[in-house]
Write a protein that binds this ligand. Structure first.
Ligand code: UDP
Length: 360
């Protein structure tokens, strides 16, 4: 029997244009999922807010006002949509074209697409990229996962466990395109890296303090989402050598990241996954992270990095002093074994098959 080729419509995050960095890790996740499935012969179209850029698949841009980021809505018990909402407009487009597709793949961390699931003829797969943040979203995840078992996926067990019915969620992991990252056996000089949106939940201040204590340069990569927070960090650690490198393309990011002795990941929230960790591994860079959330399922303590108690700058500093125990090649090997696009593509394909042909 010849294998079925699926027509897939991906709906990007409505918080910002694809390629802007506002969406954080979900932007890379969506594009890698498209690559993985196209490589298996499936057809992908991406729907994303106006101003988006991508070269991985056909792109349809939709106008409208952006959605407020869920991480600023912690504890919310109501849903807020702006007038002429891009999220509403994207899902209106999806409704109009749904008959041309076998499955819709939702990347919005939002109430509306979940709610719409029973109203569409076409099956919908939902990618929930962050941990539980608000009761209103948690309740809708719970409701839809009951009505549509297998329709909702998260990255890690740790992320699933933050939801009230987390046992109903699929654990799908991640994949990255390893051909985009060059392995660096030894950086030219010792330095630290920090990668992510510059926003309080990501905890950059702890990395800045560790840099100040060790005297190592800290290279910071990512979009400044909160200017006040960023200025405060620079003022609080005047003796830290902090270099802000900007928000870089994957290629430029990996070139510079590969030159780091370690990536510090210091999130203050339950990080659902942490794309930056596997990108660092792909360059041969060990990860020193807090022992929390998805990162505990990624970093192998003492082998590909170190896990330290959340908020412990001393822990970070002690781990930095032990970096010579880590073989950089082991980091690259872990990512090759666990996070390749091929393996992830197989998993996504099997998931979609279940949703498209539930009776089989
Ligand atoms: N990133 C990037 N360029 C940069 C800094 C970061 O493309 O200069 C991307 C990085 O590749 C990763 C994402 O930003 O995919 C951050 O994702 P992560 O899962 O680590 O955190 P999130 O922002 O989703 O909380």
């Amino acid at each position: 029997m010849t294998k079925k080729k699926y027509r897939l419509l991906f709906l990007s995050t409505p918080v910002g244009a694809l390629g802007s960095g506002v969406g954080g890790g979900v932007e890379l996740t969506l594009q890698n999922a498209a690559k993985a499935l196209i490589a298996k012969g499936h057809e992908v179209e991406i729907v994303a807010p106006e101003g988006s850029v991508t070269d991985v698949a056909k792109l349809t841009q939709i106008a409208g006002n952006m959605q407020t980021s869920a991480q600023t809505q912690v504890g919310a018990n109501m849903v807020v949509l702006p007038q002429n909402s891009v999220l509403e407009n994207m899902w209106n487009y999806a409704r109009e074209v749904q008959d041309q597709f076998d499955l819709l793949f939702n990347f919005a961390y939002d109430w509306l697409p979940l709610y719409l699931t029973p109203f569409f003829n076409c099956p919908i797969a939902h990618w929930i990229s962050m941990s539980s943040l608000s009761p209103v979203m948690d309740a809708m995840v719970s409701k839809i996962s009951k009505l549509f078992p297998d329709a909702i996926a998260v990255n890690t067990r740790a992320c699933a466990d933050t939801f009230s019915n987390g046992d109903r969620l699929m654990i799908m992991g991640k994949g990255i395109d390893l051909t985009q990252y060059n392995f660096v056996a030894k950086p030219e000089k010792p330095s630290l890296a920090w990668v992510g949106r510059i926003s309080p939940e990501k905890g950059l201040e702890d990395a800045a303090e560790a840099a100040q204590t060790t005297g190592l340069a800290l290279h910071v990569f990512g979009l400044i989402q909160d200017q006040g927070y960023w200025q405060q960090i620079k003022a609080s650690f005047p003796n830290a050598e902090i270099h802000y490198e900007g928000f870089l393309s994957t290629d430029k990011l990996q070139q510079k990241l590969g030159q780091s002795s370690a990536l510090l990941m210091t999130p203050r929230w339950v990080e659902a996954f942490g794309n930056a960790a596997i990108e660092a591994f792909a360059c041969g860079v060990p990860v020193i992270s807090y022992r929390s959330g998805g990162l505990t399922e990624i970093v192998r303590h003492g082998k590909t990095g170190f896990l330290v108690e959340m908020g412990s700058v001393l822990g970070l500093v002690e781990a930095i002093a032990q970096l010579d125990q880590i073989e950089r090649l082991t980091c690259r090997q872990q990512v090759e074994a666990e996070y390749s696009l091929e393996v992830w593509g197989d998993r996504l394909e099997a998931w979609f098959e279940k949703l498209i042909n539930p009776e089989v």
